[in-house]
Design a protein around this ligand. Structure first.
Ligand code: NAP
Length: 263
């Protein structure tokens, strides 16, 4: 029987994950089906249990269920525990949860964009699930400094204290970062975090996790002469890591990313 996987979230109709995993399966000769499940608020655990009972082998978890997924797992990886959020479920004897967002971002920046993270000063904006999912991986990749800034300062303080790093209000930020990662959802609402002038500048990599649209952060980065990149590569790379967890095979990502960019 063909192994079944899916992405679960709400909303989920826009998700590119079914296309990405179908392309990975083709490229690696793996026999699998990958669908999408829209779970209602309050119905996440029930939907996961039903999919598993029908023989499903694993799930990708997206907004707003990553924290709920973490709570549901019998076992979790260290990186999922650090993030307190799970984006990949593996169904074996028990339910195992992992978080592949961090490795996805690190691979996109280092392998696809060609920017080594070792010794870099990084500003991470946001304190939600996405920021929490990537902070540990950025530190592990050798960042010399990681500063967290968030609209709700108390969330940034708590998050930074947990990792033993610095947090800052937006207004107190100064120039000097090599990489600025926008892990906020501001771009979805046509807004950008209030960065002081000078933080985005020539030589800075401005990384926007939102993909599929031009955002005010990307526009501000370009206007300031920074290198502006969206989060499509991270999406493909986190999917590749999930695929590897499920199938034990690492799919090639460059062609899939290029095709997604073409639309
Ligand atoms: P989330 O848990 O809802 O957190 C949203 C974050 O954005 C919070 O820190 C929030 O600040 C901040 N924020 C929202 N509006 C803002 C504004 N106008 N100005 C400044 N800060 C604002 O969401 P998430 O799961 O972390 O996801 C964040 C984004 O990353 C989403 O847009 C998602 O699409 C994207 N993402 C991309 C990938 C990828 O593979 N490319 C993977 C994961 C996530 P407060 O704490 O003050 O509310």
């Amino acid at each position: 029987m063909t192994d079944r996987y899916a992405v679960i979230g709400n909303p989920v109709a826009h998700s590119k994950s079914p296309r990405i995993h179908a392309e990975f399966a083709r490229a690696t000769g793996q026999d699998l089906q990958y669908g999408s499940i829209e779970a209602p608020a309050g119905g996440f655990a029930r939907a996961v249990t039903a999919f598993r009972a029908e023989g499903g082998k694993g799930l990708n978890v997206t907004l707003p269920f990553k924290e709920e997924a973490f709570a549901l797992c019998a076992e979790t990886s260290e990186r999922a525990r650090l993030a307190r959020a799970v984006n990949t479920l593996v169904f074996e004897q028990s339910v195992f949860g992992d978080n592949t967002d961090g490795v996805g971002l690190v691979r996109d920046i280092s392998a696809n964009l060609g920017v080594a993270l070792g010794g870099k000063r990084i500003l991470l904006m946001g304190a939600g699930g996405a920021a929490q999912g990537v902070a540990g991986a950025l530190l592990e990749a050798g960042a010399s400094e990681l500063v967290i800034a968030n609209r709700t300062a108390a969330r940034a303080t708590e998050f930074a204290a947990r990792l033993g790093i610095k947090s800052s209000g937006y207004e107190a930020l100064r120039a000097g970062f090599d990489i600025v990662v926008n892990a906020t959802s501001a771009g979805l609402a046509g807004a950008a975090p209030p960065l002081p002038a000078g933080v985005l500048a020539p030589g800075v990599l401005a990384y926007e996790m939102v993909y599929g649209r031009d955002t005010p952060f990307l526009a501000a980065a370009r206007a300031a002469g920074a290198r502006a990149c969206d989060g499509l590569g991270m999406l493909v790379e986190q999917a590749a890591e999930s695929f590897h967890l499920w199938r034990g095979v690492r799919p090639p990502t460059a062609d899939v990313l290029a095709r997604l960019r073409r639309g």
